[in-house]
Design a protein around this ligand. Structure first.
Ligand SMILES: Cc1ncc(COP(=O)(O)O)c(C=O)c1O
Length: 324
């Protein structure tokens, strides 16, 4: 399925399904799985306009949309640093409140990204949310939203397969998210506390993103590494690396993998070197070819540790900013 910086390309999806050859490819698909926000690894994030266009294609071909959205709450404000050439990399959509302007639950809700579920009129969307990315890894607790027809089937499968989510984790979240005034101990977060937590995580990701992108802009030529558009959601940053500009780039390497038509460049060796150098600085860089079905990428995928040297990106203390 073709995607761009806004996710699934509707025209390409329509073309794919309209020209589907059942003799060659088997049964025409009836389910589309997609990660709409901060997609792993491309960092693509869907706009409302894009969601509507893809939804129209889904209606035309009677597709069920499974939107797996664990990075939904990790949305940030657009990047406006040196790598953006003065133009915000991914402008905030009209009607969406910027993170720096969040001051209550209402503005918090308006700051979150668009979803397929919000425009679903046929009950063809099954939405998957998770606490893993917005609370802590390894919680293994999420929730489904969709038509009772889907939920009932999934429930039956879970009963005979994975069974219930760990009871301690469920009890923990039930207690944590209950409203403080309804709680015996008065120590729970409620929705407001959870929103504060999420905003703090969002600020941290934004600060890490800015640190990483500014660092690349300061130390690498744009002809060598490009990071455009800079992600405005999620945990991933997509970089285009022009290895042909590397002084040690070679095109006369003997193929060693046994594939005579395979690449004759030292791309893999240079990428491995980049991986090793970056890891020494607590930055994880992965070659995107490990995610691809076609082995023709030269992009990487990066992750940073705490940007300790960087001050917080928000200068004023907002309602959702924690005191500690
Ligand atoms: C797209 C996507 N969906 C789901 C998950 C897993 O979420 P959970 O820990 O809730 O199973 C991940 C985690 O890496 C992910 O990248």
């Amino acid at each position: 399925m073709q995607i761009d910086t806004k996710g699934v390309v509707p025209e390409a999806l329509d073309e794919l399904l309209s020209t589907w050859d059942t003799k060659l490819k088997g049964k025409k698909p009836h389910v589309m799985y997609t990660v709409p926000t901060g997609q792993n690894p491309s960092s693509a994030s869907m706009t409302l306009e894009r969601a509507k266009a893809v939804y129209a294609v889904a209606r035309k071909h009677d597709l069920i949309i499974v939107e797996d959205d664990p990075y939904y709450t990790l949305c940030m404000d657009p990047y406006v640093g040196p790598a953006s050439d003065g133009v915000p990399s991914t402008p905030t959509e009209p009607g969406r409140v910027a993170l720096k302007d969040v001051h209550d639950l209402e503005s918090f809700a308006k700051s979150l990204p668009r979803t397929y579920l919000s425009i679903d009129v046929d009950a063809r969307v099954l939405r998957l949310d998770s606490f893993s990315k917005c609370f802590a890894p390894g919680m293994r607790l999420g929730w489904l939203t969709g038509s009772p027809a889907f939920i009932e089937r999934i429930q039956r499968i879970a009963e005979t397969d994975s069974q219930e989510v760990n009871g301690v984790t469920q009890a923990f979240f039930a207690q944590l998210l209950s409203e403080p005034h309804l709680n015996d101990t008065n120590e729970s977060w409620g929705m407001e506390g959870f929103a504060r937590w999420i905003c703090d995580i969002r600020r941290q990701y934004q600060s890490k993103r800015d640190c990483l992108v500014n660092g690349i802009a300061a130390s690498c030529s744009k002809d060598f590494i490009r990071c455009k558009p800079v992600a405005a959601s999620g945990m991933f940053l997509w970089l285009d690396v022009n290895l042909e500009k590397h002084p040690e780039y070679r095109t006369d390497v003997r193929e060693t993998s046994g594939n005579p038509t395979g690449p004759r460049t030292n791309t893999n060796e240079l990428m491995q070197r980049l991986f090793e150098l970056a890891i020494e600085e607590n930055v994880l860089v992965l070659q995107s070819s490990i995610f691809a079905s076609a082995p023709s990428f030269s992009s990487v995928f990066a992750k940073t540790a705490e940007p300790k040297a960087l001050s917080r990106t928000t200068s004023h203390k907002s309602w959702l900013e924690r005191d500690s």
